[in-house]
Write a protein that binds this ligand. Sequence first.
Ligand code: ADP
Ligand code: MG
Length: 286
Amino acid sequence: MEKFVRIEYVGQTFNTRSGPFVALRDINLNIRQGEFVTLIGHSGCGKSTLLNLIAGLARPTEGVLLCAEKEITGPGPDRAVVFQNHSLLPWLTCHQNVYLAVERVFGGQEPKAALNVRTANALHLVGLSHAMHKFPREISGGMKQRVGIARALAIQPKVLLLDEPFGALDSLTRVHLQDELLRIVAATSTTAIMVTHDVDEAVLLSDRIVMLTNGPAATIGEILPVELPRPRDRMALLDNSEYAACRSAVLNFLHQRHGRAAKPDNTDHRPGPDAEPASLQLVNAS
Ligand SMILES: Nc1ncnc2c1ncn2[C@@H]1O[C@H](COP(=O)(O)OP(=O)(O)O)[C@@H](O)[C@H]1O
Ligand SMILES: [Mg+2]
């Protein structure tokens, strides 16, 4: 389906103590079924805000979002989210964490044995069969993140939403999980929308890279199609001219045309800290 996810004239304004704050404006984007789209932009531009709108965790103040022709009015099992911080329940094992989500979606119509099979299959897909009875405190950060991905995939969502899922991981683990994600989305034909700060990650994974302008009132500045054949091999891409061209187009957008201005109105309006160390990498990447 050409317009599987439809985002039409979407805007998001937050009410803050200092008055209305326009985070996003005029967002128009259609995403095909099976497409992998990344959202990239500087910290605080509104990437998470947009992803949360697709997840149904918030409602837009303007415009409309649809998934498979249905308006998105709240969270639903057709859209699963993976956050940067795995958000596993610490008192449950990896298996139980995934099972909980499976039970919520399929519990009404399937016996327990079938739910266990779904859970085991999802953990197998992310290479965690051996660790399924461990508790989150007993496994590494990369493994926790894989449980988060397994939990999202286990409910067989139509759309997988990922908000900087590898942002908190060391670079070797990140590279490994990127390759796994490539393999998994190819095997399951899931539509994926992923927020990232990482230019190489965006080019490696995407069919299209959606570049957001700086906030406030951020919008889509440019959409870059990545016409690299799949399956993609990270090592082979190093000498690929299309890869290099995509990479420099994104870097050019982010640094030449939308370089991060140190203006007071570019500050974070949320209460509390919002550390995003991955943004530093981008700055160093050019
Ligand atoms: N609930 C909220 N209330 C007020 N401002 C918010 C809220 N959520 C996000 N914002 C602001 O909207 C902008 C975009 O935030 P966010 O989507 O988290 O950025 P990104 O994910 O691109 O780093 C930021 O300026 C942020 O401070
Ligand atoms: Mg964010």
